[in-house]
Ligand binder design. Structure first.
Ligand SMILES: [Zn+2]
Ligand SMILES: [Zn+2]
Length: 257
């Protein structure tokens, strides 16, 4: 349980609460307090991963009969990682991309709800504790284009990174990597995504990344093509290693679609 989610305390928010009684963003249930965004039931229904790929952290299905893991014969590494070895040393996500967590991400990303940031970042902090990545030096959000940032008003990965920085006391480097405008990745397969993002990122201050162990933060891991390209850009700037943490990751079937 992470507790309830604080609403944005703006005047507009207060007016909206007066006109429309507060309801859970996910299920629409009336909320007792105007200070919350998610009801306790939806909060409790967020589902973490079971068995995951040792490398990319994607779910690998239920535990196999006899107690073995589905990836046991291949060292716990999924087919995607065997076919496209990740640039990051390890990636982990909180859970599969299913409701209610996927709905929360949708509201953070497309319905202008940055107030979900602290609540969702607490999930990321839980992932970090479980992963035991104790040597991280700095947090870097996966950058978006200036156009998308302007249109949305913020970069959701940066919102998560900043909140995670508060929770972990790690420095956040929000603008150390920039992204050029490019084609949308929605619906594209791995090959198309990898082609779309090639050369799209550039480092603005290499000295901030030199010899650093970087934790890359994003909301969702889909094919991993974007995260791979950012990680490669950071490594090329002299970083020692890159970890990746996301809220959700899609299943292998979806990733290959
Ligand atoms: Zn709810
Ligand atoms: Zn994997």
């Amino acid at each position: 349980m992470q507790g309830t989610v604080a609403r944005a305390g703006s005047f507009g928010g207060m007016v909206a609460d007066f006109c429309w009684p507060p309801a859970c963003l996910v299920c629409g249930t009336s909320l007792q307090s105007a200070k919350t965004l998610i009801c306790d039931e939806c909060d409790a229904a967020v589902c973490p991963h079971g068995v995951v790929c040792r490398r990319c952290g994607s779910g690998m299905g239920p535990v196999a009969p006899g107690g073995g893991t589905p990836g046991g014969r291949t060292g716990g590494v999924c087919r995607d990682c065997r076919e496209h070895e990740p640039t990051f040393v390890q990636a982990r996500s909180y859970g599969p991309h299913v409701a209610p967590l996927s709905s929360m991400i949708y509201h953070l990303k497309y319905r202008h709800r940055p107030a979900l940031g602290p609540f969702l970042a607490a999930r990321l902090a839980a992932v970090l504790r479980a992963a035991e990545w104790d040597d991280v030096d700095a947090i870097v959000p996966v950058p978006t284009t200036w156009w998308r940032r302007w249109r949305r008003g913020y970069n959701q990965a940066e919102v998560l990174a900043r909140e995670l920085g508060v929770l972990t006391d790690l420095p956040v480097l929000p603008r150390v990597v920039m992204r050029r405008h490019g084609a949308s990745q929605v619906g594209a397969d791995y090959a198309r995504r990898a082609q779309n993002v090639r050369g799209q990122f550039r480092v603005t201050r290499s000295r901030d990344l030199l010899h650093q162990r970087v934790l890359l933060v994003d909301d969702v891991l889909t094919t991993g093509a974007t995260a791979q390209e950012v990680a490669a850009t950071i490594m090329a700037a002299g970083a020692r290693k890159v970890y990746l943490v996301t809220l959700t990751s899609t299943g292998r079937a979806q990733r290959r679609a």
